[in-house]
Design a protein around this ligand. Structure first.
Ligand code: ATP
Ligand code: MG
Ligand code: MG
Ligand code: MG
Length: 471
């Protein structure tokens, strides 16, 4: 195969390393190090955040890498579209090059353009470029420098578009490094656009108060989606048809007895095809996360993920036994829980036919909660279930809002929704802080730190210090 995913990856690395003097830096773990502002590493630049903010000395002037990225939760959450489109995954690889206060816009655009047209062989008539149109709310002007650079490179005005902050002002999270960006899109045969490469000019950071402040030094941070590039260069309609996903899709077909094979349809009613895509996506995400020490879910596909990614990210191989043990444990636990729940459900419905069905989370606390509701309501005169009791049924006994409503209707009772919602809001606020406090990813830090140090860019005397690490 001319443009296998591994050749696309190595072409990128070699282009920047050999032709343009960048240092090849290893992918970091998908677990963010020292950083509570993102749930997972969501871009190649995450591990350089300290450098951009001026807290850590840069490892080198220019770097290149392929980074394992997870976009579940946080600012760049793509979970909802995975499976329904062919180019957003929960896990993907981002190829990127960086300048730490070295080259800036002109060189970055030129190098990107030459790689696309040269080694990757794309044609300018199949590409469209966007640049930042400015935004008064964050005190940012239109990026005319960037526009003029593209004009000089030879991009026609008809292929150059200005866009607002949503697409062309890149931010890592709700706080952190940010800046105007320029996005290179591929024009698909049907005329739709697929974003392939984003070049960010990191010149600012957003602080805890939401204010965008200028940085002392300007940097370049770029990211290209490997799976998208593979689909384009392999001439297939979607990322799922590339060599990165086909072994997974085939394995799912083999493991799903009595289910139709993958049809590759994106029609809204192509539920099965979307399910294939989600499962393939999930297998990659969960396997990579497990190998990086994140906890749990389907052993069946780990091997295929190792087959497609194991050479690039060897921890998938070295951590294979541990990861599979965790998956097995989860699978057995899940099967045991399911059979137990099924039996309990049959018994309960016999006893309380008026309830009809219960969800898994409601089963354990239902009997106690139902009893308490009946007793309390028998004692009080009003037929309105008080907010604190509704909250207790919800929080302590696990009954969901619609079940509580159903029970209330059945017993001709009303619900103090206002009281309930105010307690719920308070509870959610508390819960958020509790999660932060529990966050104990300490064991992983040593290993991640070791990797970072071997890349040479963590200054041991100047480690960023966040509260939860010291606990
Ligand atoms: P999009 O607009 O398509 O959601 P993005 O602007 O959010 O992409 P960036 O944050 O600019 O993406 O990331 C850099 C590159 O990573 C993108 O140009 C794209 O090629 C790739 N990419 C982004 N999100 C995903 C994803 N969920 N799955 C696969 N590749 C992705
Ligand atoms: Mg996005
Ligand atoms: Mg975009
Ligand atoms: Mg982008």
């Amino acid at each position: 195969q001319k443009h296998s995913s591994s050749s696309i990856r190595s072409t990128f690395i070699e282009y920047f390393e050999v032709n343009h003097g960048h240092k090849h830096v290893k992918s970091s773990s998908v677990v963010p190090l020292y950083d509570p502002t993102v749930p997972f590493v969501n871009a190649g630049m995450n591990q350089f955040k300290g450098v951009f903010l001026g807290k850590v000395a840069p490892p080198c002037a220019k770097a290149v890498n392929s980074q394992k990225c997870v976009r579940v939760g946080g600012k760049h959450n793509d979970l909802d579209v995975v499976g329904t489109d062919g180019h957003h995954h929960t896990f993907f690889e981002m190829l990127g090059n960086w300048s730490f206060g070295d080259y800036y816009k002109k060189e970055a655009c030129e190098m990107a353009w030459q790689l696309l047209l040269g080694p990757y062989g794309l044609k300018p008539e199949n590409l469209v470029v966007t640049y930042f149109s400015g935004d008064v709310a964050i005190g940012q002007k239109m990026d005319t420098d960037c526009r003029d650079i593209w004009r000089k490179i030879g991009v026609a005005d008809s292929r150059l578009m200005a866009r607002g902050a949503r697409d062309n002002f890149w931010e890592m999270g709700t706080t952190g490094p940010c800046g105007p960006c320029t996005e290179i899109h591929f024009v698909n045969p049907d005329g739709s656009l697929t974003e392939i490469w984003n070049l960010v000019f990191i010149n600012s950071f957003r602080d805890d108060n939401g204010k965008v402040n200028s940085l002392a030094k300007y940097h370049v941070d770029t990211g290209m989606g490997l799976e998208r590039m593979a689909a384009i260069l392999q001439g297939v309609p979607s990322n799922y048809d590339t060599d990165l996903f086909q072994p997974l899709i085939k394995a799912i077909e083999k493991n799903s007895k009595g289910v139709s094979p993958y049809g590759g349809s994106y029609a809204p009613d192509a539920v099965l095809d979307a399910a294939y895509r989600r499962l393939a996506d999930h297998a990659r995400m969960i396997s990579v996360c497990l190998a990086d020490g994140v906890f749990p879910a389907t052993r069946i596909l780990y091997d295929e993920v190792v087959e497609t990614l194991g050479t690039t990210y060897p921890e998938l191989v070295t951590k294979e036994i541990d990861a599979k043990l965790i998956i097995d444990h989860e699978e057995q636990g899940y099967a045991k829980m399911r059979s137990g729940l099924k039996k309990k459900m049959r018994d309960l419905v016999k006893q309380y036919p008026e309830v009809k069905t219960l969800s898994d989370v409601e089963l354990p606390g239902f009997v106690q909660g139902y009893k308490e509701l009946k007793e309390t309501m028998a004692k009080q005169k009003s037929t309105e279930i008080p907010g604190d009791l509704v909250f207790k049924l919800y929080d302590t006994h696990g009954l969901q809002e619609d079940l509580i409503k159903r029970i209330a209707d059945l017993n001709k009772l009303s619900i103090d929704n206002k009281g309930f919602w105010s307690l719920l809001a308070k509870h959610k606020a508390r819960h958020k802080t509790a999660i932060k406090e529990q966050d104990n990813r300490g064991q992983l830090f040593d290993e991640a730190l070791k990797n970072l140090r071997s890349n040479g860019y963590v200054n041991t005397n100047d480690q960023p210090k966040y509260d939860y690490i010291q606990k």
